[in-house]
Design a protein around this ligand. Structure first.
Ligand code: AMP
Length: 925
C-alpha cells in the first residue's frame, strides 16, 4: 500500500583483516584499476583458505542482513584438466558480542551458503558476478563474515552489507518512525504512529512494516482538528475569513453570510453585531438579522356588525435573510388614552401567534369599543431582540464534547426514545454533561418555528405525545459548563410509527446473552448509565416463550398474501421458494419463502422461527431483510427479500474470471459493512462464509443465515470437534476452534476467508486439504497464499484478519474504511500480490487426480474448470498435452480465450505443468 523502495543502510566496503592464502591484488577492468582479495591455488590439493572481515556492529533491531558480493571466478577449463580445480567458494558467519581482533577460530564460523558464479571468467574476458545472500536471525552485538576458498581461482571485488528498513514516513496525517524490517518468521512488524500536530484520531494509528521494507495496511485515521485543514502532510490553520467546525478530512470553508472570521484557526465564525443564529440553525450556517415591521396593516370592518374584523398586512421589507417569518397579533382596547390588553374573550382565526399567512380574522369584538391591533413579525432569531449579540456564538468556556451519532432505540405510535454518543466520552465521576435537544415536526411549514427545546443531563431521552406516523427533526448539542451551546451538533430525522404498524417495530434492551459478543475487550463504556450500546441484539432465547420473541421482532403475514412460484433451494427445515408477497395497499415484492416441512416437532418449529427473531432485529442494506413470518397457521414460513443471484460462492464459481478486482472489492465492502453493523449490535455470526452471503441483481451482497442452530445443524461444512460442537473448520478462527471463543474478532478471521473466496472466484479455501491438515497448518503459522490476480493491499488485509492474536486483527470498522479507501483510489488495486501457480492451482493443473500426468487436453481443462474451451483447443488442432505445453499467452488468446481471468488461469496452469515441483509453498506470518 505505501511503497518505499528498499533502503540501503550501513552499506560499506569491508576491510578484511584476516587472510590465509588470500592476497590483495590490483586488477584492471574497462581501463580503471581497483583492488580485490584474490586466491588462486588451482592445482594444489586440499585447499582451505580463509578471508575474514573486521567486526561488524549490528543495529539491535536488525536481525536480518543482506550481503551483496561482487566477485570473479576463473573457468577451470582454462587450466590443465588433470589438476584439481573448483569454481565455488563458501560464505560463513560468526556472531559475537565483542571484537576479537585478529584471533580467528574456524570452528566458531557457521556456513551460510556456497557461492557459485553465474558467469565464469575465461580467456575471452573478465565476468563480474553480483550475488546477494541473506543472513537471518542474528541476535548478538555484531558478527563477522568469512569467505572460504577450497581450491578455486577467485577474486572478491566488493562486499556490501545492509539491512532493510521502512523509512520514517507520514501517511494520512499519521507519523511513523523508521522501522527495521523483520526477519522471515516475523514478516510484518506492527508500528504505532502518532497524528501530526493539530490532527487527531479516535484510535492510535497503526501500520505494518514488511520484511521487504515496505509500509502496508494502515489502520486508524488521523484528521485535522476543528479550525485546521490538511495541506500536504500537515494540518494548517484556517485562514482568517475561513472556518472548519469538525475534525474531518474537509477543507476550511469561507465564513457564511453575516459572520466574521477575524482570526486564523477558527472552528466557527461568530455572528457580526446585530446578527444572530436560531438554536436550530446549523452552527456552520449564516447568521441573520431581525425582521423589520410588517407593512400596510389594514383592518377590513365590513362584518363589524357580527363582531368580526379581518386584519391583513404585507411582509416586512427586510426579513433579515430568513424564511421562518411568523406573525403575532396583540389586541389592546383603548379608552381615554389608556390601553389594556383585550382579554381572553377575543377569538383569532387561525391563531393569534405563529401565523404564517399575512392575515387573521378577529371575532367576538364589542361594537362600541376602540381596539388597537399590533402585528409583529418574528423569526428564529427574534428571541435575541434587545439582547444584542450576547448569545450569538459566544466562544464556549469549556470545550463541550462533540455529538458523534444519534440513534432511535425505541419507537411507538406517539413516542420516540433517542440516544446519542459523544466524543471524547465522559470520564467516570466527571460532572454530567448537559445537552440541548431541539425538535420539531419535519413537515411544518418552514415559516413556522414551533420547536421544543429540552435541556437534559443524560445522553438519552424518551419523547412522548408525538403525532402518529409523523417525521420529526431532532438536533442535539452538548452545552459547555456555563450553559452555552458549544460543541458541534448533530441533526437527524425520525418518524413515529403509523397506527397500523406499531406491532412490529420495537427494540428492547435485555441483559446480554451467551450468543452476543462480550467483554471489556470489545466494548468500552465509560459510564454504564450514559453510554449503553446504541442498539443491542437480543437473543430470542432470553424469552421464556420463543413465540413471543418472534412476534416482537417480526410482522405476521397472512398466508393468502404469499404466492409460491418455484423451489430455489433446500434449507435444513424445508424447501426454499421464490414467490411474491402481495400486501393490500403495498407494491408486490419478490420474496424468498422458507418453509417448515411437515412432521416437525415443537422444538424444530421454534428453532426454525428463531432465524426470523434474529433477522427481524436488523435493518441494514447489507443484511438480508425480513419481510415477515407466518406463525399463526399450520405451515410456518419465513419471508425475506429475494436475492436474484443466490449464494455468493456458487455465483462466483459460475462467473469465474468475469469481474474486475474493483467489482470484487466492492462486494467485499458490502459484506464488511453488514458485518460492522452486526458487530456494533454485539451480534456474533459464527458462520460467515461465501455460501451464507446472498447476491442480488445489482451485485449487492447481503449477510444471511442467522438461525440459532445453524452452525450445529444446517451447515454442510460443520464438522464435529472434540468438544462436541459443530464448527466449519476452514472458516473459523483458531481460538474459536480451540476453546469456543467466538467474538467479532473471530468473525473477522472468517471475513478474511470470505475475502479469499471472493478474490479466488469461489475456490474452496485450502483446496483438498483435510480439516486436520488445515488446523495443523494454521497452528504452524501457515496461511492461504494470495489468489491469482489479487491486489497486494487486499491480500495484506486478509493476512491481518488471520493474525493469531485476535486483539491485533482489524475491526470491521477498520476493514470498511480500508476497503473504501481502496475503492476511492482504484490505482491502489493495481499492485498485484505475488502469485505462485504451483500453490494456487496446485494438484489439478500439474497432474491428474491420482497424481499421474494428464492423459488428455479435456481432462486437464476439466481439472482447471475451463472445460468450456475444449472445442477451441480441438479446433485449433491442439489435441495433446505436449502441444499444450508449447503454448504461449498469444496462442491462448488466438484460439478464442478472451476473458482476462480465464486467460490467466490457463496460462498459469501451463506454467505449473512445466514446473512439476508442486510443493505447497506457504505463507508464514
Ligand atoms: P438457507 O437455508 O438460508 O441456507 O437457504 C438455502 C438456499 O436457498 C440458499 O443457499 C440459496 O440458494 C437459497 N436462498 C435462501 N434465501 C434466499 C433469498 N433470500 N434469495 C434467494 N435465494 C435464497
Amino acid at each position: 500500500m505505501l511503497s518505499l523502495s528498499d533502503i540501503f543502510v550501513a552499506a560499506f566496503i569491508l576491510i578484511c583483516v584476516v587472510l590465509f592464502q588470500w592476497e590483495v591484488v590490483q586488477k584492471t577492468l574497462n581501463g580503471s584499476q581497483f583492488y580485490a582479495y584474490s586466491v588462486c591455488n588451482v592445482g594444489e590439493p586440499e585447499q582451505d583458505n580463509w578471508l575474514r572481515t573486521t567486526f561488524i556492529q549490528r543495529r539491535p533491531s536488525a536481525s536480518r542482513i543482506f550481503v551483496e558480493l561482487q566477485f570473479i571466478v576463473r573457468d577451470c577449463n582454462s587450466f590443465d584438466a588433470s589438476v584439481p580445480c573448483k569454481e565455488t567458494f563458501n560464505l560463513f558467519t560468526s556472531e559475537s558480542d565483542a571484537d576479537v581482533g585478529t584471533t580467528f577460530r574456524k570452528g566458531q564460523f557457521k556456513k551460510v551458503v556456497t557461492i557459485a558464479p553465474d558467469e565464469i571468467t575465461s580467456k575471452n574476458g573478465m565476468r563480474i558476478n553480483t550475488e546477494t545472500k541473506v543472513v537471518d536471525n542474528l541476535s548478538r552485538k555484531g558478527f563477522y563474515l568469512a569467505f572460504q576458498d577450497i581450491g578455486a581461482c577467485v577474486a572478491l571485488l566488493s562486499v556490501k552489507v545492509y539491512y532493510k528498513a521502512c523509512t520514517a514516513t507520514v501517511e494520512s496525517l499519521a507519523r511513523f518512525p523508521e522501522t527495521v524490517a523483520g526477519s522471515e518468521n516475523q514478516a510484518l512488524r506492527e508500528v504505532k504512529g502518532e497524528c501530526v500536530e493539530n490532527a487527531q484520531s479516535e484510535e492510535v494509528p497503526r501500520i505494518y512494516c514488511t520484511a521487504d521494507g515496505e509500509w502496508v495496511v494502515q489502520v486508524g485515521h488521523c484528521q485535522c482538528k476543528p479550525g485546521y485543514e490538511k495541506v500536504g502532510d500537515t494540518c494548517q490553520e484556517c485562514q482568517p475569513g475561513f472556518f472548519k467546525a469538525a475534525s474531518s478530512d474537509g477543507k476550511c470553508e469561507p465564513c457564511p453570510a453575516n459572520t466574521q472570521g477575524l482570526e486564523a484557526g477558527a472552528a466557527f465564525c461568530p455572528c457580526m453585531d446585530g446578527f444572530y443564529q436560531a438554536p436550530t440553525d446549523p452552527i456552520t450556517g449564516p447568521c441573520s438579522g431581525l425582521p423589520t415591521a410588517p407593512r400596510d396593516l389594514v383592518a377590513t370592518t365590513t362584518q363589524l356588525s357580527a363582531g368580526k374584523l379581518l386584519l391583513s398586512w404585507s411582509p416586512p421589507d427586510d426579513t433579515g435573510g430568513r424564511s421562518d417569518i411568523t406573525y403575532s397579533v396583540e389586541c389592546q382596547s383603548c379608552e381615554g388614552g389608556a390601553c389594556r390588553p383585550c382579554g381572553e374573550k377575543i377569538r383569532y382565526e387561525p391563531a393569534s401567534a405563529g401565523l404564517t399567512l399575512t392575515r387573521v380574522t378577529v371575532s367576538e369584538l364589542d361594537a362600541h369599543l376602540n381596539y388597537t391591533f399590533i402585528v409583529e413579525a418574528h423569526s428564529g432569531v427574534s428571541m435575541f431582540a434587545g439582547q444584542a449579540s450576547a448569545r450569538a456564538h459566544k466562544p464556549p468556556s469549556t470545550n463541550p464534547p462533540k455529538i458523534t451519532s444519534m440513534t432511535v432505540i425505541e419507537k411507538s405510535v406517539t413516542s420516540l426514545s433517542l440516544s446519542w454518543d459523544v466524543s471524547p466520552r465522559p470520564r467516570l465521576h466527571a460532572p454530567p454533561i448537559r445537552y440541548e435537544l431541539t425538535y420539531r415536526k419535519k413537515d411544518d411549514n418552514l415559516d413556522v418555528t414551533t420547536y421544543t427545546v429540552l435541556i437534559l443531563e443524560k445522553s438519552s431521552v424518551q419523547i412522548s405525545e408525538l403525532a402518529p406516523g409523523t417525521a420529526y427533526l431532532f438536533r442535539v448539542q452538548a452545552l459547555s459548563s456555563d450553559g452555552s451551546p458549544g460543541g458541534s451538533s448533530i441533526e437527524e430525522q425520525y418518524e413515529t410509527l403509523h397506527e397500523s404498524t406499531s406491532a412490529y417495530f420495537c427494540h428492547i434492551h435485555l441483559k446480554r446473552n451467551s450468543h452476543s459478543r462480550q467483554g471489556a475487550e470489545d466494548n468500552y463504556f465509560s459510564s454504564p448509565e450514559q453510554l449503553k450500546p446504541l442498539k443491542t441484539y437480543v437473543d430470542p432465547h432470553t424469552y421464556e416463550d420463543p413465540n413471543v420473541a418472534v412476534l416482537k421482532f417480526a410482522t405476521e403475514i397472512h398466508p393468502s398474501h404469499i404466492t409460491k412460484q418455484k423451489v430455489i433451494g433446500a434449507g435444513e427445515f424445508g424447501e426454499v421458494y421464490r414467490g411474491i408477497l402481495k400486501v393490500p395497499g403495498r407494491k408486490d415484492v419478490a420474496v424468498a419463502i422458507k418453509t417448515l416441512k411437515p412432521g416437525y416437532t415443537e422444538k424444530q418449529r421454534q428453532d426454525f422461527l428463531s432465524e426470523a427473531s434474529i433477522m427481524g432485529q436488523f435493518t441494514h442494506q447489507n443484511i438480508i431483510r425480513l419481510e415477515g413470518v407466518v406463525t399463526k397457521f399450520k405451515h410456518a414460513m419465513i419471508v425475506t427479500e429475494y436475492m436474484e443471484n443466490g449464494a455468493l460462492d456458487r455465483y462466483l464459481k459460475d462467473h469465474d474470471g468475469e469481474f474486475s478486482s474493483f467489482q470484487l472489492v466492492g462486494m467485499l465492502r458490502g459484506i464488511a459493512a453488514g458485518m460492522k453493523y452486526l458487530s456494533d449490535m454485539s451480534y456474533v455470526h459464527r458462520d460467515l462464509a461465501a455460501r451464507n452471503i446472498l447476491v442480488n441483481n445489482n451485485l449487492e451482497c447481503k449477510v444471511s443465515d442467522f438461525g440459532l442452530s445453524r452452525v450445529l445443524e444446517d451447515d454442510p461444512e460443520g464438522t464435529y470437534t472434540t468438544s462436541g460442537g459443530k464448527i466449519p473448520i476452514r472458516w473459523t478462527a483458531p481460538e474459536a476452534i480451540a476453546y469456543r471463543k467466538f467474538t467479532s474478532a473471530s468473525d473477522v478471521w472468517s471475513f478474511g476467508i470470505v475475502m479469499w473466496e471472493v478474490m479466488a472466484f469461489g475456490e474452496r479455501p485450502y483446496w483438498d486439504m483435510s480439516n486436520h491438515e488445515v488446523m495443523k497448518a494454521i497452528n504452524e503459522a501457515f496461511r492461504l497464499p494470495a489468489p491469482m490476480d489479487c491486489p497486494s493491499a487486499v491480500y495484506q488485509l486478509m493476512l491481518q484478519c488471520w493474525l493469531q492474536d485476535r486483539s491485533k486483527r482489524p475491526r470491521f470498522g477498520d476493514i470498511v474504511s480500508l476497503l473504501d479507501k481502496l475503492l476511492r483510489s482504484p490505482d491502489s488495486l493495481k499492485t498485484i500480490a505475488d502469485f505462485d501457480p504451483r500453490v494456487s492451482i496446485r494438484l489439478p493443473s500439474t497432474s491428474g487426480s491420482d497424481g499421474s500426468p494428464f492423459r488428455s487436453v479435456s481432462e486437464w481443462l476439466e481439472s482447471i474448470k475451463m472445460s468450456q474451451y475444449s472445442e477451441n483447443f480441438t479446433c485449433a488442432g491442439i489435441i495433446n498435452m505436449d502441444q499444450v505445453l508449447q503454448m504461449k499467452n498469444e496462442d491462448i488468446k488466438n484460439i478464442g480465450v478472451r476473458l482476462p481471468g480465464h486467460l490467466k488461469r490457463i496460462a498459469y496452469s501451463i506454467l505449473g505443468l512445466k514446473d512439476q515441483t508442486s510443493t505447497l509453498s506457504v505463507f508464514a506470518v
